[in-house]
Write a new protein. Structure first.
Length: 115
């Protein structure tokens, strides 16, 4: 599935099952919530944070939930793009071009990355 197809699929789902989009402000809050849930899994799986005894995601050290939360973040981001008329394929291409132009030597010259 391309990014454009993903945007279209989310839009179709919203209109068929979701009634309408939440407001942009609500979706921004939901995106923040989903990023927080993703951060919690990463902090427990890869960082020093420990799982709560009642957290079901601890069973497989968050592996199953990791992809699920990433997909939730992407879903809400696609919603926001649709609501605001943003073509994420186009914007991602522009971002790649910007980063390539700006940072083409930066990371190769970063001694911290050579360790």
């Amino acid at each position: 599935m391309t990014i454009q197809e993903a945007q279209q699929t989310v839009d179709q789902w919203i209109h068929e099952y979701g009634v309408r989009y939440f407001s942009e402000l609500t979706n921004m809050a939901v995106l923040t919530e989903e990023v927080g849930e993703l951060a919690k899994i990463i902090a427990c799986r890869y960082g020093e944070q420990s799982w709560k005894a009642t957290d079901e995601r601890a069973k497989d050290n968050g592996k199953a939930a990791l992809g699920d939360e990433m997909a939730d973040v992407l879903w809400v981001l696609l919603c926001l793009a649709n609501q605001t008329g943003i073509d994420l394929t186009e914007e991602l291409q522009k971002s790649i071009e910007k980063k390539t132009s700006r940072d083409k030597d930066r990371h190769h010259n970063n001694p911290k990355l050579k360790e």
